[in-house]
Ligand binder design. Sequence first.
Ligand SMILES: Nc1ncnc2c1ncn2[C@@H]1O[C@H](COP(=O)(O)OP(=O)(O)O)[C@@H](O)[C@H]1O
Ligand SMILES: [Mg+2]
Length: 242
Amino acid sequence: MRNNPQTSDSFTLISGLAHELDSPLKSILARTRKLINDYKSRDFEFISYKDFKVIIATLEQIERQLEHCSQTTSRMMFVGKRQALLGENNCRINDIIRSVINEMGRQLESSRIKLTARLGKDLPKVTVGPIECHQIIHNVIINAVQAMPGGGTIKVKTSLDKAYGLVDIDVTDEGVGITPDHLPKVFEPFFTTKERGVEKSAGLGLSIIYSIINAAGGSIHIKSSLRKGTTVQISLPVYKSK
Ligand SMILES: Nc1ncnc2c1ncn2[C@@H]1O[C@H](COP(=O)(O)OP(=O)(O)O)[C@@H](O)[C@H]1O
Ligand SMILES: [Mg+2]
């Protein structure tokens, strides 16, 4: 049997979302209330330059918090249900891997990361579109890079499992690894061990990948050994043209 044991159910999705939005919303509320209380009884003419600076600074803080909320809800649109597919629903995974490696070349070099790819010859197409496959490969490689702050090697391997009609993709790093108590949580939306915040980690990468792969009838498994490294094993069904 080759199926997906690790799931992110809608309850963790909803409580994760609530948790993620709760603290910026509380902060926006508190700051807005303070602004109203401090200034509602003041005559506009008596607002000094110092007051004006305080008002602008507070508005900027509110803007940052709102941006975080807005980014969170935008990201959520990818989770739980697959984005409406515009265009192709199949692609050649090796082509996607080559283009991701190409795009990330500079970043890999500056992070002192060597990436080796052993790509199976003449692999059939998979039943996931090029945009989603790009997202899958990009996210997994980014996680591998982030797991090796001192540099190291990432190995990408693709092969065909003829018996099951699957294309297997393995991405192995030599990074920090995942603790056994974190491992069951990594597919949960908003689970992250990294610094959170605007333009930082949202803990949504693997949950987005999971929902894309699951919708396509594929599977994703993670094996990890603390301080030794992690392997992400993805299987995608072979595309059969009608
Ligand atoms: N290759 C990896 N090595 C070590 N830990 C990983 C790896 N991939 C994922 N993780 C763990 O899984 C968590 C969730 O990953 P992800 O959903 O991509 O969110 P994010 O990268 O924003 O934290 C990460 O914070 C990290 O703890
Ligand atoms: Mg990530």
